[in-house]
Design a protein around this ligand. Structure first.
Ligand SMILES: NC(=O)c1ccc[n+]([C@@H]2O[C@H](COP(=O)([O-])OP(=O)(O)OC[C@H]3O[C@@H](n4cnc5c(N)ncnc54)[C@H](O)[C@@H]3O)[C@@H](O)[C@H]2O)c1
Length: 335
């Protein structure tokens, strides 16, 4: 069976994707900065039917990538290694962001091209490609909403999509770009390379510690959060589609999470003693951080539906599932 290469496979999305691929019996090659998967992921993944290889390396090391393709037959690639830079990092180290997100991606595609065995590439674009448009469009549509990325990260993600599709077309690689919505859920952790950790992780951390969470006003604003298990099901739909009906596809919930926030926090409070929450008073520092201060449109999901995918976890169901995972993780030191 052909293997699936996941660069950045020890990161948040990569771990969930790897777990899902292994669960369906796949052979997964994780390539990234980490020499091993974190926490109890190795033990958990060992119980799944698939086969896992973890290879430490840098996506800018062309010979290391060549060796990955030379050592096994790889049929699919998720080139997901990335630096999700916030304002400080992008100002301090713009080259570092471009090196990984864009040049590292191109090096991965070159190795895939040379291997000649790859039948599908799923490119990791992002909701960040909408940038400024997210604040002036109620619905962010792949075809009609202008991409106006603002952050350097968003600019690189747009380049991942455009340059990735262009080069794949030149090189005979069949590619689909996923505009991945902001996600939350199992396996999220600080890799040191993502400056915009989700507020859901901070809320879960406060809940586990039995602490009060003081919410910033930004958490009450319209925002489309996708549960990572839904996201991964969408990524697999893009991987499996024999004839993709679209080449650029939003993967998101298509819904505003904010109206369900209190119900979700109630799910945390029901399972973690001592957890409570309140809105920050005027001038008070919140204990939960969000990067947004303006309401955003939600992402259209009609194109994704054409791949046979739709999100299955409404916000409260997502929180219930996440809490179940957190409790299992706490028992086993996974989190
Ligand atoms: N998390 C989200 O909400 C979100 C939203 C949109 C798009 N995405 C995209 O999904 C992908 C995964 O993001 P994530 O949230 O899991 O990030 P993450 O920070 O959790 O993981 C990033 C991974 O990339 C690897 N990496 C970084 N630099 C590398 C290098 N030079 N060589 C090899 N590996 C390297 C790291 O080792 C890590 O495993 C990224 O392409 C990101 O842009 C994520």
């Amino acid at each position: 069976m052909d293997a699936t290469l996941v660069t950045g496979g020890a990161g948040f999305v990569g771990l969930n994707l790897t777990e899902a691929l292994l669960a369906r019996g796949g052979h997964v090659v994780v390539f990234g900065r980490e020499a091993a998967l974190p926490g109890a992921a190795p033990a958990r993944f060992a119980r799944l039917p698939g086969r896992l290889e973890v290879i430490a390396g840098d996506v800018n090391d062309a010979s290391a990538l060549r060796a990955v393709f030379a050592g096994r037959r790889i049929g699919a690639v998720f080139p997901f290694a990335a630096v999700t830079a916030g304002p400080e990092r992008e100002a301090a180290d713009p080259h570092g962001v471009l090196d990984v997100n864009l040049h590292g991606l191109i090096r991965t595609l070159e190795a895939a091209r040379d291997a000649g065995t790859v039948r599908r590439v799923v490119l990791p674009a992002s909701a960040a490609v909408y940038g400024e448009s997210a604040y002036s469009h109620a619905v962010l549509d792949e075809a009609t909403t202008p991409a106006v990325p603002v952050s350097l990260y968003g600019v690189t993600k747009y380049a991942v999509e455009r340059a990735g599709l262009r080069l794949c077309a030149h090189w005979g690689l069949d590619a689909v770009a996923a505009r991945i919505g902001a996600c939350f859920g199992p396996w999220e952790r600080d890799t040191g390379l993502r400056d915009t950790l989700s507020p859901h992780l901070a809320l879960a951390t406060a809940a586990r510690a039995g602490r009060e969470a003081v919410l910033p006003p930004g958490l009450r604003l319209s925002y489309d959060w996708v549960y990572v298990r839904d996201l991964v099901a969408g990524l697999l739909a893009l991987l499996d589609a024999p004839a993709p009906p679209h080449r650029v596809v939003n993967l998101a919930s298509g819904e505003d999470f904010a109206p369900r926030l209190d119900a979700c926090l109630g799910v945390l409070a029901a399972r973690f003693r001592g957890f409570r929450w309140r809105d920050a008073a005027a001038g008070e520092a919140a204990t939960i951080r969000v990067s947004e201060a303006r309401p955003r449109g939600v992402m259209a999901i009609a194109r994704a539906a054409a791949f046979g995918w739709r999100p299955r976890f409404a916000p409260v169901a997502a929180y219930e599932d996440y809490v179940g995972w957190l409790l299992a993780s706490a028992d086993q030191g996974l989190g």
